[in-house]
Design a protein around this ligand. Sequence first.
Ligand SMILES: O=C(O)CCC(=O)C(=O)O
Ligand SMILES: [Fe+2]
Length: 358
Amino acid sequence: MPTVLTDVFRGHPIHLPHTHQPDFTSLSELPDSYTWTSKDDPLFTAPPSPPDAGESIPLIDLNHPDAANQIGRACRTWGAFQIANHGVPLELLQGIEFLTGSLFQLPVQRKLKAARSDTGFSGYGVARISSFFNKKMWSEGFTITGSPLNDFRKLWPQLHLNYCDIVEQYEEQMQKLASKLMWLSLNSLGVTEEDIKWATVSSDLNWAQSALQLNHYPVCPEPDRAMGLAPHTDSTLLTILYQNNTAGLQVFRDDFGWVTVPPVPGSLVVNVGDLFHILSNGLFKSVIHRARVNQTRPRLSVAFLWGPRSDTKISPVPKLVSPDESPLYRSVTWTEYLRTKATHFNKALSMIRNHREK
Ligand SMILES: O=C(O)CCC(=O)C(=O)O
Ligand SMILES: [Fe+2]
């Protein structure tokens, strides 16, 4: 399962100074290297949507008879939505939050025992997208692909088996949910299993693979000038995000600016990723999002990053391409796309776009 993600980054090492992770709690002022302006990120000072405008991504009840259409609409307009009644037990959400909190509370020397290597994908470190920005992000992360046993043994010599068990159960639930959400949104476009043979509605789900990204945003002395996680789109089909009860996630809309996604207890946030945008021939928006920080409450999030197997060619579903036009994108495997992204970052989609004759 973990081969695609690990292989891509072995081929494209990103040298990050994770051994110089600061002790965030000891800083009473924001160092210059953490101070962002619009020069570091053109969207940094984009206006926030006024809170009284009441705009945010929809909260969809998966038990609602019209859920598929609501999801389809959210994928087209926002590229993101929240879900309630998703069937993932609350104790499991609490379990993964507890694990994430315990991990980041460990002394930094212990966390560094499981540091991500230069060419690796799994382990402790700064955000992978850090290398595309001049300034540092006010966050730390831990990536899990495949079994976390080796890393967890280094972090928790006694309790690692309990924590591995939580990760396994969480990933199993997320797999099932992600596939259900993908099919609900595709069905809303009239796309059926006949149209996408590689993604059968089977119970073993061996056509998919995933990674788990745990994020911690410590309290910050000057949150308005800092960045938790810089704007990006996910390279996935879908990402399912659990956030603790501290706000920080924002999604970008050209017409509204940055819109905060308020934490709703027990619910999950779903993002459309670049691969789903490609598969839908551009109908579903791959949402630009970022994480801000605050002065009083630490924030935790857990992103389940979900995509196809490495050998699957993803291309726009023919049914969604009008007969007199070529597909918006040429076909790519996840591996090929991740390679393009590792080099071109937010230009990756335009690199695989077919240019239409006018
Ligand atoms: O922490 C968040 O809310 C966002 C995390 C995220 O976008 C990611 O891990 O890709
Ligand atoms: Fe993301």
